[in-house]
Design a protein around this ligand. Sequence first.
Ligand SMILES: [Zn+2]
Length: 317
Amino acid sequence: MTDDRVVVALDVGGTGMKCAVVRPDGVVVRAERHPTDAARGPAAVVGTILDVAEGLADKARADGLTPIAVGIAVPGVVDEARGVAVWSANVGFRDVPVRDLAVARLGLPTALGHDVRVGGLAEARLGAGRGSGHVLFVAIGTGIAAAHVVDGTAAVGAHGAAGEIGHILVRPDGPRCGCGRPGCLVAIASAAAIGRRYAELAGPSADAAVTAAEVAERAATGEPLAGQVWQEAIDALADGLASGQALFDVATIVLGGGLAQAGDGLLTPLRAAMRERMTFHREPHLVAAALGDEAGCLGAALLALDAVGVRDHQEKR
Ligand SMILES: [Zn+2]
């Protein structure tokens, strides 16, 4: 029997939307990208989300497929139970009932999710955490956020705010975080913080804008200052992840986001630093994410499939 069922999935970011038509086994049959153009304001962004979702559903039908649900991932604070985008700095959402708007427009069951949580869902079920059961997905980029996924379900938290590992206190006397408190992990080990720290130590005479990726590269070539800054970030990350492991006892930690593209330059020293911090806790497998920037879109698709109770064969891809 052929299965013609598909879901429509959108991962809405500050600059772009990754969109796809996805089969129940996780295979993408159509992929599109559209600009978010957040400067137009939240109403226009929601209009684009609905237009793109409807367009993908129509194209799927034209291909002889049957759209059964829609999954939409957005950044910020997301009330998944009510389907409301509560707050987002980079898209401008304030209490937008995205799910109800999509149901009204498309007439399909719709799930709304948080971008990092659905990314973690996808990595745990289809990507680098596949088969692990207990997975902590940590996205390290401009910010640092995590998703704790147990047996294929990501914990949302009582207030939709689970997984804020970036705000674990790792350096009480450290730099002030955007949240107002000094010493949060994200204030030391985010891509932005690494670049800032390098510029601070290099002094005003040096080239001001060095990215975290460049710090990683320079550290690998043996530049002492880059090596120091990179190691500071590694140590802070190891402290944060060790706290995560003490809480969750996962089998696998999957590192995603821009910083994970440093590959072994990140993983090798981070594994060593984690090992130093493990006492009676079991050391988790520390691996790089496998799905790249498609994780959010695939996770939105999984959320849509879960919403309609279709969860067959996903893990057997
Ligand atoms: Zn903070």
